[in-house]
Structures are given as C-alpha cells and as structure tokens.
Design a binder for this molecule. Structure first.
Ligand SMILES: *Cc1c(COP(=O)(O)O)cnc(C)c1O
Length: 372
C-alpha cells in the first residue's frame, strides 16, 4: 500500500520538537492569540515577503474574511475558477456575492488569464485566482487586468505556500493572500488553521478586528465579525514545521521530476507542465490519463493511493445551481475534471515507491487499452 500522503512519516522526524513546543504552550496558560501566534505571523510575513500576516481559524475563513475586508458582498461579482476546492467559491457565497466562473488553461489547470477580461461587468469587484496543486497562476496578466479595470485581487494560496512567480512568493501580488494550515497542506498544522497576507496597514487592522468579533479593542465592537482566531498550540506546531518548509517543498519538486521521468515512456500520460520562471511546490502531482475512472479503480485495487481532485467541477455542484451554469459552459474545466488523477506525493516518499507507482500506472493503462 502506497498512500497519497503519510503524515506519520513526517511526525516520526519532527515529533520530539513538536511535543516539546506543545507542552510549553500547555504549561504557559496562554492558549489563544498569544506569543506563538504573534511570532508565527512575523515569521510568515518575513518568509512570504509581505508587510503583515493575520493568523486565522482556517483557509476558508481567510477567504471570506478577505472578501469582507474589501467590502465585497451582495450584488458584487467575483471572477474565479470552477476547478478548485469548494471553499474558494463557498467564501464568495458566504458574503452574498456572486461567483463568476472563468475556464482554465488545460496545461496548468489554473484560471485562463486570457479569458478573464470578457467576463468583467460593471458589477465585478475582484478576481480570485487559485494557485492550484502548488502551481502559480499567471500573475503578471492577472494584475494587469485588475489594474486596468480597478479590481481587487484575492489569491487563494491554500495549496501553494512557498510557491513563486518570477522570484516573488504567491500571496504578495494581489491585495490579500489566503493560506490554509489544514493538516494535509504543504505546511499543515495538527488541526485547523489559516492565515491572511496583506501589505496595507488599514486592511490588516480591519482583518484583525473581523477575526475577533469586529473590534480592535476588547468589548468595543464596530461591526459584525466572527471568531476566527488561530490557537497557540497550532501556532507553536507550525513554527516548528516552518523550519522545514523549504526542504519539504524541494523534496516535492524532486519527486515531481522523478515522476516526469518515470512516466515519460507512456505517451498516454500527460505529466504536469510548469509555467516559465515559476517555482511550483507540488501540493499535488496530477497527471491526465484516458479512461481515468477505470484506471483509478485499478490503482486502488493495486494498493496505490491515487485521488481525484476534484471529481465534480464547481459550476455543476448543487450549492451553485442557482447561478444557472450548465455542462458545456466551461469546456476545459469539464474535460480536465474527467482526466485528472493525483498520485502519491509527500516529502518522505521514497524512490522505490515512486517506481512502483509509475510502473503500476503504466501497466494499468496498458491493461485498460487491451480490454477496450
Ligand atoms: C484547503 C483549501 C481551502 C480551504 O482551507 P481550509 O483550511 O480547509 O478551510 C481553500 N482553497 C483551496 C484551494 C484549498 O485547497
């Protein structure tokens, strides 16, 4: 059995440091918004390269608090992708705004920057690109469109901590960047957590207030906020793990290169492409194959933990049915949804395991072709 992700292997390496950090928090008596959250916010601002970061309860909260902080709500449209996790578009619905789906570039799986402009209306307030699977979007083009049309940009960086576009980390191009520390992410806590990156001091202050019941001063409430505070235990764990993030992302990139090589002999497999001058962090290693569902089943039976991210495009989900999209509206999104499969990917994955994954995938494809 080769799992898609094995968190236990990581814990075996860093467990002692994590346990020490957690015990210190337990003994300290300070459990919410204490010194570890402050320190993590500073360390991540430095690492990502922005003026401020604000620790939150989840990536989902980061996304809808970002929209709230920019006063985006009822009657406003936000252009985004349907090829992502539901939290991206859910956040737009949470604030009462309308998601407008832009098709993807089939090579990168990200929003097709060349198709954004045609979707802009007088109601458009923001573009929400998602750096899916750890691959940066075309930020030059997106920022150029945003500037010309006076739109906000909120980057969904939940799968892309450490990823770079032209030497600059994602989350620093737009007005706000949103990160998740869900345990399976490249920098994952041991519970839920999230973070916003921001350069404007005013926006930062608004976000700090929104995360804690809408007031900067205790028991003074200026607006309706939420409780979305990052806790000290998660912050302490994340601070231990932050020391390894570059090493872990580098290992993911090395694994991706090895997979590319191992799979190159099979012309039915389309391996991931990278945009020029980007640093992808391979949250997922996702290939395109024919007969995907059948091969997925064969891989599962062979003990390979492959996954489908995501099996239904968001414009076809019940939650967004009221928007009135139909099959055929986003051809690249729909076609890619049927073909993608993500293979085991985590820093501790071994070369032997990669060889097994690759040879099993190739033989499953050959078997399925022989059956056809
Ligand atoms: C994980 C994820 C989120 C949500 O993060 P949570 O911390 O689970 O709320 C949002 N967008 C994308 C693209 C994600 O992968």
């Amino acid at each position: 059995m080769i799992p898609i992700l094995d968190s236990k292997r990581q814990y075996a390496k860093i467990g002692n440091d994590v346990e020490k950090a957690v015990c210190e928090v337990l003994r300290s008596g300070s459990y919410i918004l204490g010194p570890n959250v402050k320190a993590l916010e500073n360390e991540l601002a430095k690492y990502i390269g922005c003026n401020y970061t604000v620790g939150l309860n989840s990536g989902t909260d980061a996304l809808h608090i970002a929209l709230r902080a920019l006063d985006i709500g009822k009657g406003d449209e936000v252009i985004t992708t349907a090829f992502t996790f539901v939290a991206t578009t859910e956040s737009i619905e949470i604030v009462g705004a309308t998601p407008v789906f832009c098709d993807i570039d089939p090579d990168t799986f990200n929003i097709d920057a060349n198709k954004i402009e045609a979707l802009i209306t007088p109601k458009t307030k923001a573009i929400m690109p998602v750096h899916l699977y750890g691959q940066p979007c075309e930020m030059d083009k997106i920022m150029d469109i945003a500037k010309r049309h006076n739109l906000y940009v909120i980057e969904d960086c939940c799968q892309a901590i450490g990823a770079e576009y032209k030497g600059q980390k994602v989350g620093t191009f737009g007005d706000i960047g949103c990160y998740s520390f869900y345990p399976t992410k490249n920098l994952g806590g041991m519970g839920d957590g999230g973070l916003i990156t921001v350069n404007s001091e005013n926006l930062k202050n608004r976000i700090v207030a929104l995360r804690n019941h809408g007031g900067a001063i205790r028991y003074h409430h200026d607006e309706v906020g939420v409780n979305s505070r990052l806790d000290e235990i998660q912050a302490a764990i994340l601070r231990v793990k932050l020391n390894y993030i570059d090493e872990w992302n580098k290992a993911r990139r090395e694994h991706a290169a090895i997979y590319n090589d191992l799979l190159s002999s099979c012309s039915d497999i389309k391996t991931p492409s990278e945009l020029h001058d980007t640093y992808c962090v391979y949250h997922q290693y996702t290939v395109k194959i024919p007969n995907r569902d059948e091969i997925h089943k064969m891989l599962q039976e062979a003990g390979i933990g492959a996954m489908l991210y995501y099996p239904i495009p968001l414009h076809m989900q019940k939650v967004h049915a009221h928007l009135g999209y139909k099959m055929g509206d986003l051809p690249n999104t729909e076609k890619n949804t049927e073909m993608v499969i993500s293979l085991p990917m985590f820093p501790e994955l071994t070369l032997e395991e990669q060889k097994t994954v690759a040879s099993t995938l190739i033989s499953c494809i050959e078997k399925s072709k022989a059956l056809a």
